[in-house]
Design a protein around this ligand. Sequence first.
Ligand code: ADP
Ligand code: ZN
Length: 723
Amino acid sequence: MIAEVIVDIASSETDRIFEYLCDDDTVVGSRVRAPFGNTVLPGFVMKLKEKSEYPVHKLKKLYKTSDELAALTPECLRLANKMADRYKVPKALTLRLFLPSEMRTGKVRQLTKNYAELVGDIDIELPKTAKNQRGMVEFLKENGKTDCAYLNKAFPGAVNALLKKGFILVTKEQLRRDPYKLVEGEKLERTLTIDQARAVQSIENDSRIAQLLHGVTGSGKTEIYLTLIGRCLREGKSSIFLVPEISLTPQMLSQLRSRFGKNAAILHSGLSAGERFDEWWRLRTGEAKIAIGARSAIFAPLENLGVIIIDEEHDSSYFSESSPRYSTYDVALFRAKYNGCKLVLGSATPAVETYKKAQDGELNLIRLTKRINQRPLPEITIADMRREVRRGNNSTFSTALKEELECCLENGNQAILFLNRRGYSQSVICKECGYVAKCEACDVSLTYHKEEKCLKCHYCGAKYKMLTACPECGGYKLSYAGTGTQRIVDELQKLYPNARILRMDNDTTRGKEGHYKILKAFGEKRADILVGTQMIAKGHDFPSVTLVGILDADMGLHFSDYRSGERTFQLITQVAGRSGRAEEKGKVVLQTFSPENDVLRFAIAYDYEGFYKNEISRRAATAFPPFSKIVRVLVSGLDEQKTLEALKTVYFGLKDLYTDQTEKFLFFDKMHAPIKRIENKYRYQVLMRLAENSVLPTIYEICASARTRDVLISVEENPVNLS
Ligand code: ADP
Ligand code: ZN
């Protein structure tokens, strides 16, 4: 047999098919080791055939791997091919998406164990002197199949001797590393409420593939997902369940484990390499039928899918930020179509683009407008910070928030304070000459971190010594502008010396169980106040939280990004949704300098429809997505000259296209990226807004052909992050 193989190195010239000789039992999609030059490289069998155009004696022979099964299913291969074509990247790169990285590096292997048992129905005659062998035979008669490692210790030499004589049989069995020793939640099967049951029915009966579950926070969406997954499982079908950031949702994990036990496999970065590797194989072999994870779990090696669920579908983590920059929704839709199954998107605040699709009838829209048990949504009060300042309150906390906090603490309840800015203060400025402390490698200002007594760059992570005087003018009047979470904790502690305060942000959640520990401590009421960045907004269910403070609701509003209003609405709704989830009523205090802002007004009224109508007409009027597509080509490199040259090549290529088909473009220009340098890399961009998508493949082609070793050229569609 001849195998067509793709070798796993992602440089452009190697995305070629190489032919090898292989054994007859070789399977398409299997991993192989291919002799390449004078080394051996990992690769994949893409196709098998009888004849080659090359003379057979010139073909080298493939080595097999010890995999139980072909790593890639036919569906995976088809999807990998399609993505390579869509994003004009080497197949070697798209194939990688389907495997845990541990598998590629070859550092982790499957664990196997050998077991010995007696061959049935033969008379075993052994010399009296063969004590160990006789002992082992007796032992096996009594105990049956036994681990060889044990036998070798107990009866040295006997296993091999008996095997040679044909008296025993040795078999190899796969061992799986089990990441779930820790948590075993209680088994809670709930009866669905009428609304939940209706939603399940609507999803199952609707003929469309994609379903949008638009349910307010606390409306019981999770229970609907679990019901759908459970039903698939009973039919022998598999499921994929995506959440924005799995390390943030330990509650979800224990729910899934307790309900589905070993049928659920969890793919996330908190697992050890070996565990992740084994979880992946459990899915591939069908031992586990439910894959749970963040974005990348959409590539789970499952066959016979019954449902794909994307929870918090509006979350920006569903867009990949490295090549290929795929959209999880597109991949999910492909898989749902391939498997003939449903794709369920869930959110309290659907992305404007998704909601438009539902309005247009492309998606089935299911609404859950009430919280479980008719619990009210927390009331949101606006604290007008302009008025606070006028009254002489220059602190971070409004009078209203302080009053509510006191009340909350007095009643023994818990509060969450949200500020999307970590560190102590956002920048250090010299009041005399206007100097701003900046990172040497990036074009951004440094954040003061009081705990570590240093200045940090939030883009490259570099640390700098604290300034005692201005390096420009020598002045001592340094001001610390823009309050961050560390400072909030400091100020709170001064106001409430007895309150127990926890902080959750990127700085406090390093390490494998960083998030888990903080959330667990707060969940067990070992703290009264949790201060955090957007991490605390996601899906947490803390019954004792009755107050949420949004310290700076304006933060996101003033970005030039077309999605800033949408993001602010989503964030406020999500954070507010953490309050009053159990018996006691919840409250929210929202601090702002622009209380008359549309987005804020809709958010405090929980008026998604109103927000949507307003937003969609604004986008239609300005021809922004979903009425157009923004495409940014980012060109970045360490060498400014080479980067500029690459920019020129790309720009002229694109310019030809633009000149040729100007009517398809609403905007076309090249410029510096908003942040001109990150990690010493110079950054330029060609920014386009397309009236229609037909030029997209050509844009990708132009960029792919301009690729060089020293300069990174990436194409982003409707980028989530325009820095
Ligand atoms: P969402 O995901 O929509 O924000 P959750 O799934 O977290 O909502 O549900 C909110 C709360 O209601 C949770 O505490 C959950 O345990 C509870 N809950 C959900 N469904 C039911 C039900 N059918 N009966 C009783 N309680 C339920
Ligand atoms: Zn930096």
